[in-house]
Design a protein. Structure first.
Length: 149
């Protein structure tokens, strides 16, 4: 008989950490449960955005940090990652390119300055094609090139 322990309202099967498949399966289950809180979340607003200071060419400069709401890292979604908790802020449904550009534009509203650097983060990697597709990457970079979209 398989042992189980309670975590919230649902039992979670006991696992042997040396059994990779079972660990991946359990992590995937936990990620799915954590992701339910983000269901119905707006795709037009970033997870977080703030204006701070950074250093560029040895000089302090205003820096706008924008964390885009995406579906998160593909490795974490597969259940194979225990490195970070960023997946907990991920969207259930993948936002399209237009929604990601809307998030970027929303972030620019926090930076009334004309001269600042922009730091873009996601719940995984901007370069993960399963998280941010090539069309979205291109539109976001074009928007940044125009500076304030």
């Amino acid at each position: 008989m398989e042992e189980k322990f309670e975590c919230g309202s649902a039992p979670i099967p006991f696992f042997d950490p040396c059994t990779s498949d079972r660990l991946d399966s359990m992590l995937l289950s936990l990620r799915e449960r954590a992701g339910r809180k983000n269901k119905g979340k707006s795709h037009s607003e970033p997870v977080a955005c703030w204006l701070g200071k950074d250093t560029l060419e040895c000089k302090p400069i205003p820096a706008l940090t924008i964390i885009l709401s995406t579906v998160g890292c593909s490795f974490a979604r597969s259940g194979g990652c225990t490195m970070c908790g960023y997946i907990n802020d991920a969207s259930i449904e993948p936002p399209g390119a237009d929604a990601l550009v809307a998030q970027l534009k929303s972030g620019f509203k926090k930076a009334p300055l004309s001269d600042f650097v922009v730091k873009i983060f996601t719940s995984g990697s901007f370069f993960d094609m399963q998280e941010v597709g090539s069309a979205a990457q291109k539109q976001l970079l074009e928007c940044l090139e125009q500076h304030h979209c």
